[in-house]
Design a protein around this ligand. Structure first.
Ligand code: IMP
Ligand code: MG
Length: 337
């Protein structure tokens, strides 16, 4: 079962980075391919005691033999990409599709004012204006940028070849289902579709090549920026519960609410998920911190997992019990060659 897609079932920030980093180590992933919008995403990966905030490179970088690719659908900020390659010491194993579009200072400037900044409250990273220019067929592509020349590759060819050879491939979606331009809370959403099908299209892999779609859900719900969040708590209530989070990219406060079964169920449908990962269970149930076997989880945590499985009708196979890549309960024995 070599090809797995990972997407978020809520509004982003559910801990995809952590799940991807765990799987890339467990399954010795040959290729991790980053899909999604661009550097508006922030994935926190904790590995060997060090915290990384990834915005461009796949979170699979933690497995040091993994090839790291960025698909054509993704918008690149060259400065951020090159800095991440340096920080993660991943020179020599990164490839960028020739047709990735490039974020320029003018895109960032227009993302930081007017409708986008004031009404939508975007991350200000330039992704919306860049995608708009791309739709007009006027955007600059990676193949035109000399600093990226050494990184350029044919991502669809590399990924499809790896799949054909039976190697393990992870496609990393970003943002979250309800930030999708098509299926999310329009106009409070990002600048393109971000469901599993879109992630595949970003990379250049068709639906018949995908074996598993893992939907990442957090034990409570958060969103950042403008837009509705049902049953939202006040910041004070969130602080009491330990749900008061601050955004990775923008440093803004995240709005929070209890786990939303309706959204989770619909996200399973929109992404054709085959399984789910439930993260931050230790935030809801501190007694579960660092636990790595299902039996050790508390009765309350097990009851929540059972409820979720009954509602969403796919198994919860991975359960996050802390920020470290290995703080996880693994009930899925998929992949692994
Ligand atoms: P944009 O994607 O920067 O245009 O922002 C549009 C909306 O999506 C804003 O509400 C952002 O806060 C949100 N958003 C975009 N990317 C992410 C992400 O990776 N995590 C969480 N929220 C995001
Ligand atoms: Mg994030």
């Amino acid at each position: 079962m070599p090809c797995t897609v990972i997407v978020c079932g809520f509004f982003g920030d559910t801990g995809k980075g952590k799940i991807v980093s765990y799987l890339s180590l467990r399954d010795k992933i040959a290729v991790a391919a980053r899909a999604g919008v661009g550097p508006n995403a922030g994935h926190t990966v904790v590995h060997k005691g060090k915290e990384y905030k990834m915005r461009m490179l796949p979170s699979g970088f933690v497995y040091d033999k993994c090839r790291l690719l960025v698909g054509a659908g993704v918008l690149i900020n060259p400065e951020i990409l090159l800095e991440e390659i340096r920080l993660t010491e991943s020179q020599g194993r990164v490839g960028v599709d020739r047709q990735c579009a490039i974020i320029e200072p003018k895109h960032i400037e227009s993302d930081k004012k007017g409708h986008l900044a004031q009404k939508i409250k975007t991350t200000g990273s330039g992704t919306g204006p860049c995608n708009a220019e791309r739709a007009l067929r006027a955007v600059k592509l990676a193949r035109e940028v000399p600093e990226l020349e050494k990184l350029l590759t044919d991502v669809p060819y590399e990924v499809n070849t790896a799949i054909a050879e039976g190697k393990n491939v992870l496609i990393e979606g970003t943002q979250g289902t309800y930030l999708s331009l098509y299926h999310g809370t329009y106009p409070y959403c990002t600048s393109k579709d971000v469901t599993a099908s879109a992630a595949c299209s970003d990379i250049g892999v068709g639906p018949t090549k995908v074996d598993e779609v893992i939907l990442v859900l957090k034990a409570y719900t958060t969103r950042v920026g403008a837009g509705p969040l049902p049953n939202e708590l006040s910041w004070e209530e969130a602080e009491k519960k330990g749900w008061a989070e601050v955004a990775t990219v923008t440093g803004r406060r995240r709005h929070s609410a209890p786990f939303n079964y309706d959204l989770a169920k619909r996200a399973v449908m929109l992404n054709s998920s085959t399984q789910a990962a439930l993260t931050k269970v230790d935030v809801l149930f501190p007694e579960c911190k660092g636990v790595t076997s299902y039996e050790e989880l508390s009765r309350e945590a097990k009851a929540l997992i059972k409820n979720i499985e009954e509602e969403i009708q796919v198994p919860v196979t991975l359960i996050g019990t802390g920020p470290g890549a290995l703080e996880i309960v693994d009930r899925w024995k998929g992949l692994t060659n």
